[in-house]
Design a protein. Structure first.
Length: 200
């Protein structure tokens, strides 16, 4: 297997203590490194950045200095692992705000505004990268996937990652996290190590 450059975007908004998301990301990183892949990690909760409030700001304001290194890491990566807990059926607001900031024209989208307006589908700036989304949740994962249609994850896959050219995008949904117990956590750690070793 070819050696890949993997970036883990840790999307849990609470950096005050380790959570299951951190445990899972660490297992993925361990498996990837043991298989010879290079792994970098960005902890979004430790970054300082404002929320975007207008299209004008998104298109023309400078990227906050605290996010330049994170954007550079995304440019470096060949594969992304995005880990977050499901909050109100979607990604936490901090992760969404981060993605809005870094996915700027000139980086996530090529061409000028007129070119992108004429055909936004050919100006994807992050082609050549793949991703996996790992989501933890209190409800059963099958209920989220089949009853709620995993809408929050689907929006991230199609409207954000796919829209900037990242493909394929796979997902791992982990439900009933409060009832996993030690054996359940170990099972998921093993699965994430395997996925990390395969860089998928």
């Amino acid at each position: 297997m070819d050696r890949r450059r993997i970036l883990i975007l840790q999307g849990h908004p609470d950096a005050s203590a380790p959570h299951l998301c951190h445990t899972l990301a660490a297992a993925y990183a361990e498996g990837a490194r043991q298989a010879g892949h290079e792994v970098h990690i960005v902890e979004i909760a430790r970054l300082d950045f404002p929320l975007l409030r207008s299209q004008q700001e998104w298109e023309h304001a400078a990227l906050p200095a605290g996010l330049q290194a994170a954007q550079d890491e995304i440019a470096w990566a060949q594969h992304l692992l995005i880990v977050f807990p499901l909050w109100l059926g979607d990604m936490p607001a901090l992760l969404k705000g981060f993605l809005e900031q870094v996915a700027r024209p000139g980086f996530a989208f090529k061409g000028d505004a007129a070119e992108r307006a004429s055909n936004p589908f050919i100006f994807k700036g992050l082609k050549g990268r793949s991703a996996r989304i790992v989501v933890t949740m209190g409800m059963p994962a099958l209920i989220y996937r089949w009853v709620f249609r995993a809408r929050g994850v689907g929006l991230l896959k199609r409207n954000i990652l796919g829209f900037v050219g990242i493909s394929p995008v796979r997902d791992t949904l982990i439900g009933m996290v409060d009832r996993l117990g030690e054996a359940g956590v170990r099972k998921w750690q093993d699965r994430l190590r395997t996925l990390g070793a395969r860089a998928v």
